[in-house]
Design a protein around this ligand. Structure first.
Ligand code: C2E
Ligand code: MG
Ligand code: MG
Length: 566
């Protein structure tokens, strides 16, 4: 017997000991391995049903204390699935039909007991199949409504949840929708692989569940976007509290295998019904808040505001315009001179990009670099800057002007391109500029959050003979020991510290500290944003090596710079 491979637990409702024996024999003959218990009244039946699990109930039709219909009712109170087979002598047809209608699996006459085992097998198979069907249905339901990676609700589930909430709640029950997007997630999977990325998502889901708690509905939509629905939340200040808690919990480092990762997230928030009466509208608005938060970068969060739509459109317009700018050569480089304090000589220039817009005029980099970075356009534009600056520097040298170092600003996105050192090598080769006349500036923030890959690239660049400077130094929190790890040549003191130098006084000694730190690491230190003679005096007095600022020269066109140089 195959269908029933385990020990079968058979409960007989039978008053006759002889008939019980007959049935037992039949089961043995049929090859079943079984335990067999007999009860003959309602109470004993109830007790048996409570005290043990059964696989099949075999019931005589007419017992002195119980009939098969009542017995079946008792069994069904306990279980709807437990197979129930009536075995009886004479029984009127209508009784048999009645008991079958009530849910008995079959009716077997005592003079035809050979049917018993096949019927039991069939009944049990059916139970198994039904259980399998149920599990299959459940897992189908799960797959349709839950995200298989994190176990959170999926997109369909989220939207039906919101729609449901709106249709039930009408305007009486406000709620908030939080869209949470992990910054630079693609970068994690790109550099550490899918598996690490998946583990980050699983851990993120767990942390979000923790922050939002059981009353909220948390879902994952696509790659690294999560959504939380917070019932009852209608005030911005409460939303802010939750947003901060979210940033805080995601801000704790993720230990994934041997990697320690820092994750930042952007949050966009919308309120029902204020920001959308319908699901689609509400979601779209929360999304535009998220979009804006992503532009702000870092751990930012933005509550939807109708003004965002206008910003979004302007931004889209700007993206398209930037694509054209590169093709139509609307970018230009300006050059700002750098001087050596002790000799007063012009020793270098920083190349600073400008966008010469045909209608709006000159646009400064602060307005478009973040968009170039977001769209990835910074890679071709950055390459253009590098090529143009190197070619320009070589031209000045060819014109017999004193050789200087040209400093080019680099975005972290460029550092994540695996081919950067090769690109730089090619550009030097093609423009004929010797590597010693090129310096790349990276911001302290890039350096601070440097993945291992960035340090390796810096090493490679320095092997080519290029110099590396840390820009905007002092705004991050680099320590001396930290700086030692970096293959660098120069520190650029951030303008904000220079600006704070009033009348040559520097209260907190930051500048002195940076200069001392730089010198102890054998780095040159340059101050930027020097605007007044008093500032220059103070810097000189404190042994700052070099300076750059409006006091000695604003960023200027190549022609003006050439005049200055010659
Ligand atoms: P940065 O690298 O720190 O550049 C110095 C900025 O300070 C420049 O602004 C410069 O014009 C300004 N500046 C120089 N001297 C003074 C001064 O005495 N007083 C004041 N108030 N400002 C001074 P700019 O040209 O607007 O550039 C802003 C930022 O845009 C740069 O900061 C740099 O981070 C970025 N950037 C510029 N060109 C490029 C580029 O080609 N690639 C990349 N990735 N970023 C660039
Ligand atoms: Mg710079
Ligand atoms: Mg700077």
């Amino acid at each position: 017997m195959n269908a029933v491979e385990k020990i079968l637990r058979v409960l007989s409702i039978e008053d006759s000991e002889d008939d019980f024996e007959l049935i037992r024999n039949e089961l043995s003959l049929g090859g079943l391995v079984f335990v067999h218990k007999r009860v003959d009244n309602a109470n004993a039946l109830k007790a048996a049903l409570v005290s043990a699990e059964w696989d099949v109930v075999i019931c005589d039709h007419n017992l002195p204390a119980l009939d098969s219909v009542s017995a079946l009712q008792i069994v069904r109170e306990k279980s709807n699935e437990l197979p129930f087979v009536v075995v009886s002598g004479l029984i009127p047809d209508e009784m048999a039909i009645r008991v079958m209608r009530l849910g008995a699996g079959d009716f077997i006459r005592k003079d035809n007991l050979s049917r018993l085992v096949p019927v039991i097998e069939r009944e049990i198979k059916q139970v198994i199949m039904q259980a399998e069907l149920k599990t299959a249905k459940e897992s189908l339901h799960h797959a349709a409504y839950f995200d298989s990676l994190t176990g959170l609700a999926n997109r369909e589930h989220l939207f039906s949840h919101i729609k449901n909430k709106i249709s039930v709640a009408k305007h009486d029950h406000p709620f908030a929708i939080f869209l949470i997007d992990i910054n630079r997630f693609r970068q994690i999977t790109k550099s550490l692989g899918m598996l690490v990325g998946n583990k980050v998502l699983i851990e993120t889901a767990e942390r979000l569940r923790e922050v939002f708690g059981n009353d909220c509905f948390v879902a994952r939509l696509g790659a690294d976007k999560f959504v939380a629905i917070v019932p009852g939340l209608s005030l911005e200040k409460n939303a802010e509290h939750l947003a901060k808690a979210t940033h805080k919990i995601l801000g704790k480092s993720f230990q994934i295998d041997e990697h320690e990762l820092i994750v930042q997230a952007s949050l966009g928030v919308g309120f029902y019904p204020r920001d959308g009466q319908k699901c689609e509208e509400l979601y779209k608005n929360a999304e535009s808040a998220l979009y804006q938060a992503k532009i702000d970068g870092g751990n930012s969060y933005i509550v939807y505001d109708a003004k965002l739509d206008i910003l979004g459109k302007e931004r889209l317009h700007m993206e398209t315009a930037l694509y054209h700018a590169l093709k139509e050569e609307q970018f230009v480089l300006f050059y700002q001179p750098q001087f050596d304090f002790s000799s007063g000589r012009l020793i270098g220039a920083e190349a600073l990009i400008r966008w010469q817009h045909p209608v709006s005029g000159m646009i400064s980099p602060g307005e478009f670099i973040p968009i170039l970075e977001e769209t990835g356009l910074i890679v071709p534009v950055g390459e253009w800057v590098l090529r143009t600056a190197c070619a320009q520097n070589r031209q000045w040298q060819d014109a017999g002007l004193p050789p200087i170092v040209i400093a080019v600003n680099m975005s972290v996105i460029q550092f994540r391109q695996p081919g950067l050192p090769q690109t730089v090598r090619n550009i030097l080769l093609q423009t004929g500029l010797s590597a010693q006349y090129l310096e790349l500036e990276i911001t302290e923030n890039i350096a601070m959050h440097a993945e291992e890959g960035v340090i390796a690239i810096l090493d490679e660049l320095r092997e080519i003979g290029i110099q590396i400077a840390i820009d905007d130094f002092g705004t991050g929190y680099s320590s001396l020991s930290y700086l030692k790890r970096f293959p660098i040549d120069r520190l650029k003191i951030d303008q904000s510290f220079v600006r704070d130098l009033k009348e040559g006084v520097n209260d907190d000694g930051i500048i002195k500290g940076i200069i001392g730190m730089g010198h102890s690491l054998k780095l040159r230190v340059i101050a930027e944003g020097v605007e007044t003679p008093a500032q220059a005096e103070f810097l000189k007095l404190n042994n700052c090596d070099e300076m750059q600022g409006y006091l000695y020269g604003k960023p200027m066109s190549n022609l003006d710079f050439r005049t200055l140089l010659g």
